[in-house]
Design a protein around this ligand. Sequence first.
Ligand SMILES: [Zn+2]
Length: 522
Amino acid sequence: MTEAFLWSGGRVFTGRRYVEAVLVEDGRVLFAGGHDEARRLAPTGAERPLLAGRLVIPGLVDAHVHVAELTRVREGFDLAAIRSLAELKDRLAAWAAGHPTGPIVGRGWDPERWGDHRWPSVRDVDPIVADRPVVLHHASGHAALLNTLALEASGALGRGAVADPAMIGRFPDGSPNGLLFEEAIRRAGSVVSDRSGPPAEALGRTLRALTSYGLTSVGAMSASPEEVRALRSLDEAGRLPLTVRAFVRLAELSEYAARDLAAGPGRFAVLGAKGYLDGAFGPRTASLRAPYADDPATSGLRVGDDRTLEDRIAECTARGLVPALHAIGDAAVARAAGMLRPSGGRTGPAGRIEHASLTPPELLGLLQEVRPTLVVQPGFVWSDHWLRGRLGPERARSAYAFRTLTDRGLRLAGSSDAPYDPVDPWRGLAAAVGRRDGLGRSANPDPREALSPEEALGLYTANAATSLGLGGHGRLEPGAPADLVVLGPPDLARAVAAVESPVQETWVGGRRVYVRPGPREE
Ligand SMILES: [Zn+2]
């Protein structure tokens, strides 16, 4: 029996144009256009949900989310709301009292949100918990604070344990201060056996929560073998509420047999593998071509060895997977573009650069030549509001330069990088359109870099879908999967500017997966 829905009585944005109605049959868009023709085409018995002035748009796509890590944040020790070092210590003491055994892992602290910006050290943690490991991850995921027990157990301090001594924070007297950066953090993970990952049930809860934002597809980045297995098991049970395309860790790719990478029966597949070339702006580990303006002693960290990375990228493309390279600073973006340049007859899927945050004019020619997809996070325009201090105002003009990149014909895919930034795509859309947050702050407020609401939506629909290998998704056109969102406000500009979430319903493959709870009745 066919199942058909005809939405009319409001407006429909297909991703290219505004029309009166959209007709869906058996999970796919059959027609989008005028109301009369849609009615004529609708089979008898088709349901006719009334839009009553509301707006339908294509389902949103987040090209870069850390699903397991987001689950740990949602269901674990969340430090994102901390506003001072004293509060961090209070929260740690309270958590330790409430969870009297086992290692303590917290996430989300960020001194940029504190009055004095002072970074914590091992001396702040040891007096609170000394008898079991404590690992507290910085909001960026590119730094972690450990207590002495965890630091010693991690082995990071051993001779030659990490490639670059700058990955271990030290006090002026040379003793370790408890902070680890980049590759050194992985050693902290082994202390608290982070690798096991959240169970499938918990991942499913996170994915269901994502549909409440209007998300219908996501890229699950840096997935561990356990996460891949859990996502596939959810798919096999028919319990994935949206489409998931996973990127495994490039450094672990050789551990996977071909069958470990096979697609699930429904909405899950492994698409690519992700490697790191640098860190992030917050801990000054993003790799820059010239020193940081607020710390001329450093230009950031160059992560990974070129030769090894190039071998792994070759293995990745040979296995039919998309290479994705994390590069935030301009030196790392240039390095990433060089590595993704097709060479020596090597062919394969087009690569992605994750973040590509700093793209000065001198880099644009190289990016246009290589044409990687740039997987950007418009929400960072608000979150990194302190960036002009880090980079200097001149250089910061080339950060998150979405208009400049779009005008050069480069494809930008929208994403959140959650949990390292809020997962809400409406926050990213608002930042891409308005540039300044509610307090007038911005990493790069230049209004010339603003996108129109429709362009910004394109980043989070068709462009992000393409970056996940979902070519037919992201537009409400005949043949496309019926992934769509019903918004309260009647036009996109108002939906983007809305303070509350504008999402009223989310549909994936012609099935409703989210409906906003109505006002509670007395
Ligand atoms: Zn990420």
